[in-house]
Design a protein around this ligand. Structure first.
Ligand code: NAD
Ligand code: MG
Length: 389
């Protein structure tokens, strides 16, 4: 084991994953030090975290908030910066060993690309990076010393099940899904569900965007795409299974019929710690689980009629090119408008479907094509939403 202290850049330090990452760093000063913290707009929370962790540098997305950040932190010798370029550039400094990508949506792509170019290890929470540009990211990884360690609990579970195994002996990846708050709701009731209904996740406390993605099961579609790019398993051998208790975090079936599962409490500290440790286990990362408290673990087939977003994983991985990038962009716009009350829950899928039908297909996208497809899909999605109202 390497006993030197690892320097961490936490991107999205004020969010759900970012704060849990900082918990682990604070509990293990002998292993980890936060050297860079970033946030989108929550300047007060970023200042609070910086006062505790004393990083070398902090970056805020919104440039108008830089003076406030500087007033609080510059006197302490903490470098302050703002804007998109600073958010991406802060990851490739020489003193950064591991980059935790815990920002939401497309914003994760640029810093991840920079981290790969800089040869950094990446604890990847931002699954949207692999959804948007999985092919390109894998090409880049093959030419870099950089490695991706998944933070997503399902992918961490799969990585744990695959430890010591031969990939050619894998039959299927089984990705568990809680089913979200609408697992037992009728399609009619779901169509008009409110944001407050959709934000009530039964098992996990997460940021607002991923919580809505869990309610539509778009999150599970994204996780199938993520698993394909992380583990190189073809889409026909990756399945989602609904497991309402969120105790089995995912499973791998092997050619001899054996199924390995990773179980644990629904607590992101464990997968975050496993990623930060580059797949080494950390004492007490999560609490003790008593199996007798969970005597009723159940599994169900997912219902793509009520959750059409789930089927978009298949569409994306069959068509490839910029398809998933367009789906992701349309979803981000639709989710934001749903949270603002502009569209109904049932319309999130319609916005994605119509946007996908109207943005030109690009078969082999390069970086600039992803940027262009993302921008075009956002504009189209906004048009579709206007036409709905
Ligand atoms: P969150 O909304 O709680 O936090 C997001 C963080 O990113 C905040 O610090 C915010 O300031 C920052 N941010 C938002 N937009 C930004 C932008 N445009 N530029 C720079 N920074 C920006 O989100 P979260 O729940 O922590 O999720 C973060 C990522 O992790 C997502 O990709 C999500 O899918 C993934 N993830 C989360 C969980 C979870 O339990 N929360 C589990 C698995 C995967
Ligand atoms: Mg997950």
């Amino acid at each position: 084991m390497n006993d030197s202290v690892k320097n961490i850049a936490v991107l999205g330090a004020t969010g759900s994953i970012g704060r849990q990452t900082l918990d682990i760093i604070a509990s293990h000063p002998e292993r980890y030090r936060a050297v860079v913290l970033t946030a989108g707009s929550k300047v007060d929370k970023l200042i609070e975290a910086a006062l505790v962790h004393r990083p070398r540098r902090v970056v805020i997305g919104q440039t108008a908030l830089l003076p406030e950040l500087e007033a609080a932190l510059s006197p302490l010798g903490i470098e302050c910066a703002a804007g998109d370029e600073a958010l991406a550039e802060c990851v490739d400094a020489d003193d950064v060993d591991i980059v935790v990508t815990a920002t939401v949506g497309y914003s994760g792509l640029m810093p991840t690309v920079r981290a790969i170019k800089g040869g950094k290890d990446i604890a990847l929470a931002n699954k949207e990076t692999l959804v948007v540009a999985g092919e390109m990211i894998n090409r880049m990884l093959s030419q870099s010393d950089s490695k991706i360690y998944p933070v997503d609990s399902e992918h961490s579970a799969i990585a744990q099940c695959l430890a010591g195994e031969d990939m050619s002996r894998v039959r299927r990846l089984l990705i568990t899904a809680s089913g979200g708050p609408f697992r037992t709701w009728s399609a009619e009731r779901m169509a008009v569900a409110t944001a407050a209904d959709a934000l009530k996740h039964p098992n996990w406390s997460m940021g607002r965007k991923i919580t809505i993605d869990s309610a539509t099961m778009m999150n599970k579609a994204f996780e199938i795409i993520e698993a394909h790019y992380l583990f190189g398993v073809e889409p026909s051998r990756i399945e989602a299974v609904v497991h309402p208790q969120s105790i089995v975090h995912s499973m791998v079936e092997f050619v001899d019929g054996a199924v390995k599962a990773q179980m644990g409490l629904p607590d992101m500290h464990l997968p975050i710690a496993y990623a930060l440790g580059c797949h080494a286990r950390l004492d007490g990362a999560s609490g003790h689980m008593s199996l007798t408290d969970y005597s009723n673990l159940t599994f169900e087939a997912p219902d793509t009629d009520r959750f059409p977003c789930l089927a978009l994983a298949k569409t994306a991985l069959e068509r490839r090119g910029n398809t998933a990038c367009v789906i992701n962009a349309a979803n981000e716009v639709a989710v934001a408008e749903f949270l603002d009350g502009t569209i109904r829950f049932g319309q999130i899928y319609d916005v994605i479907e119509r946007t996908l039908a109207s943005v030109p297909f690009v078969a082999v996208p390069e970086f600039d094509d992803y940027v262009a497809s993302n921008a075009e899909a956002r504009a189209k999605a906004a048009e579709v939403i206007k036409s709905l109202n």
